[in-house]
Design a protein around this ligand. Structure first.
Ligand code: DC
Length: 219
């Protein structure tokens, strides 16, 4: 199927869970664009680069291969190394958010992501999926939940991994990440004019997926 479903929304809104459900139900590929920014951030960190080093990271990106492999969970392969777990720390999330504000960093990953979208048959999620990567998607969704709810979910996820984080500190980090993702000059997170806004608070992900599918035009 050539169907394209694009989902945007802030950190912790539940995009990846819902996108995976939609991909499974409809037999589509799942493209986690944030995982690519995270993998590149991990490589940048290993090279000693920091949040201000956009131009250097863009050069690094040109010589980097990131593969997303189907599976449960989907695997993220950075230059042949499985980094699926390593990229999920709050620290890498922060660095990915900072580096993704640089247009030259985005250009490289956007090119690769648009190539996947052009093939069709994909559910993709990120911050610019509905606005830049797939503005002509069959269905565009902005998935949202309150800051407090998103922080609560993130904390539960991290607790489950045995990572202890202070609620107030996590709240500060997520609020800061929101601010950066919403206000950066290049491709800020925004609600595309024709996107369906779906609230995920207190609703289980399968039901969120049902609600999204209610909006799918009959093809
Ligand atoms: O979705 P995520 O939390 O894994 O993404 C990590 C960071 O990457 C996010 O804070 C901003 C950036 N990102 C982006 O700029 N554009 C995307 N399409 C996806 C992620």
């Amino acid at each position: 199927m050539r169907l394209v479903i694009a989902i945007d929304g802030p950190a912790g809104a539940g995009k990846s869970t819902v996108a995976k459900i939609l991909a499974r139900r409809l037999g589509l590929r799942y493209l986690d664009t944030g995982a690519m920014y995270r993998a590149l951030a991990l490589k940048a960190q290993r090279e000693g680069l920091g949040p201000e080093d956009g131009p250097e990271t863009a050069v690094l990106a040109e010589g980097t291969r990131i593969d997303l492999l189907e599976g449960d969970p989907p695997r993220v392969i950075l230059d042949g190394e499985d980094v699926t777990t390593l990229i999920r720390t709050p620290e890498i999330g922060e660095l990915a958010s900072a580096l993704s504000a640089f247009p030259e960093v985005r250009a490289c990953l956007v090119r690769q992501q648009q190539a996947v979208v052009a093939e069709g048959g994909v559910t993709l999620e990120g911050r610019d999926a509905t606005t830049v990567l797939a503005p002509h998607a069959d269905l565009k969704v902005f998935l949202t939940a309150s800051l407090e709810e998103r922080v609560r979910r993130r904390k539960a996820e991290l607790d489950a991994k045995g990572l202890t984080v202070d609620y107030a500190e996590l709240l500060r980090q997520v609020a800061e990440r929101d601010h950066r993702d919403y206000t950066r000059e290049t491709s800020p997170l925004q609600v595309a004019p024709d996107a369906v806004v779906v609230e995920s608070f207190g609703i289980d992900p399968e039901t969120v997926a049902d609600r999204i599918l209610d909006h799918l035009p009959r093809l």
